[in-house]
Design a protein around this ligand. Structure first.
Ligand code: FAD
Length: 443
């Protein structure tokens, strides 16, 4: 049976691999390198466009729990992430080139996946389809989606954090340490600022000129990914309580807590590049250099990449999708569309791991629908089902959403301290039972 997947990013590659492993012939369309997006660097599949971290691994963190669930469900992209892992405390941080190469190898060796380096410009077609064209879907496809599916074209801002060459960091003014000394090795470089430097830094950020948003971009900034200059404008101490918080990083030479600290995280295993954690920005390039080199450890920093800002696009999932990420039947019928699922950031599921998770789930439900004539939903206690429940619930002010503990169903009045542990146990039990009742699991 033949199916189509639009987009060779995180969601699309996971979906294609899942479908091929269940016997489908997959026509996978990726427009790069022929047509690039404003953020991707080249034609590689499953490219991580900004941070190289897939965030925490511990099941007591929301992202750790979602990852554990995806591992139980046999995610291919998490296997690739493990192969590409670089040391970074307890987070799953990867070398982005090795990660992409590993996914490309899996796609190339899956005989049932036929990769087309072509832009898809319309939802029309005969094959059951998963649309995973991402937040930077090409204009032609985005226009067709919005023309057919109606609703306002939705955007929010995302911004890329700068990357620094390691040998340009002045280690006389910086030190290696993970926050709270977690993990076996010290993987983060910390760049402290005293009060005077911090005040100057914040003042310059507040006054600095940013890239002027275009009229269609003048929407709210996405709260989970605020540019640093916006944070600085919100209050003098906002950065000190945010990405520059000094807690868990020991004491300065004067025996007192550091006043503020910028953390740098390794970009690659060789640790030749480090990115500024939480320092996404839309300042002009020259201004970024002027301000960031005020930090003593960064006074001679060479920037391998500077921060940038991009438009993101997502559909109105609450109005358009059911809980399996399929277009509502009346929408498919009205536009004579084949069975169509959406996956990845274009659904409003925000984040790398969430993109992989929605790719897995759309593929699972497409497979069940075509093979068995019915959908097969994960249990309500699972992370993925909880995230999707939130995405498709009625919401007049729909905005992208990361997975978080608040989305999991709370059966009892758990005490705050033990809540995460109990929710994680409840999720694990339900997902294990669900998998056990579906042997053999490969449908
Ligand atoms: P993508 O990985 O972008 O994949 C979509 C693919 O579809 C792309 O390869 C694209 O070339 C292709 N495509 C688009 N249109 C067409 C077409 N018409 N025909 C064929 N192919 C097409 N999340 C995080 O967790 N951490 C971050 O640091 C982070 N930073 C981000 C920075 C930016 C600038 C943006 C835009 C998003 C960021 N995100 C981040 C959010 C999100 O997690 C990523 O965008 C993630 O890659 C989404 O996965 P996806 O599979 O939905 O889309």
């Amino acid at each position: 049976m033949q199916v189509r997947v639009i987009g060779g990013g995180l969601a699309g590659c996971e979906a294609a691999l899942q479908l091929a492993s269940r016997g489908f012939e997959v026509e996978l369309y990726e427009m790069r390198p022929n047509r690039m997006t404003p953020a991707h660097r080249d034609g590689s599949l499953a490219q991580l466009v900004c941070s190289n971290s897939l965030k925490g691994m511990e099941p007591t963190s929301a992202h750790g729990l979602l990852k554990r669930e995806l591992r139980m469900l046999g995610s291919f992209l998490l296997q690739s992430a493990d192969e590409a892992r670089v040391p970074a405390g307890e987070s799953l941080t990867v070398n982005r080139e090795i990660f992409s190469r590993s996914v490309e190898k899996a796609i190339a060796s899956a005989e049932r996946i036929h990769l087309h380096r072509e832009e898809v410009t319309s939802l029309d077609g005969d094959l059951p389809t998963i649309v995973a064209a991402g937040p930077l879907a090409s204009d032609a496809l985005a226009d067709d989606i919005f023309a057919k599916l109606g609703g306002e074209r939705l955007h929010f801002f995302d911004a890329i954090a700068p990357v620094i060459e390691t040998d340009s960091i002045d280690m006389d003014h910086a030190f290696y340490m993970n926050r709270w000394e977690k993990g076996d090795s010290a993987d983060f470089i910390n760049c402290p600022l005293d009060k005077e430097t911090y005040d100057e830094f914040v003042c310059r950020l507040r006054e600095a000129e940013s890239v002027e948003p275009r009229p269609f971009e003048k929407k709210e900034l996405f709260e989970g990914c605020l540019p640093v200059e916006e944070m600085a404008r919100r209050g003098e101490n906002t950065l000190r309580f945010g990405p520059m918080r000094p807690v868990g990083l020991g004491l300065g030479n004067n025996g007192h807590k550091w006043y503020a600290v910028i953390q740098l995280r390794a970009e690659n295993k060789e640790k030749t590049l480090f990115n500024m954690v939480g320092f996404q920005t839309r300042l002009h390039y020259g201004t970024q250099k002027e301000i960031f080199t005020l930090v003593p450890a960064l006074k001679n920093a060479r920037f391998a990449r500077l921060g940038a800002m991009h438009r993101n696009t997502f559909i109105e999932s609450p109005k358009l999708l059911d809980e399996t990420l399929r277009l509502k039947s009346e929408v498919e019928t009205a536009h004579h569309l084949p069975p169509t699922w959406f996956a990845g950031q274009i659904t409003g599921a925000e984040g790398y791991t969430e993109a992989i998770a929605t790719g897995w789930y759309a593929a699972w439900n497409l497979a069940n629908t075509l093979l068995h004539g019915k959908t097969d939903e994960l249990p309500p206690e699972s992370c993925i089902r909880s995230l999707l429940h939130q995405l498709v619930s009625p919401n007049e002010d729909f905005q992208p959403m990361n997975f978080n503990f608040g989305l999991l169903p709370h059966k009892q009045d758990y005490k705050k301290k033990e809540k995460k542990k109990l929710l994680a146990e409840q999720e694990e039990l339900a997902v294990r039972e669900w998998i056990a009742s579906r042997r053999p699991f490969a449908t």
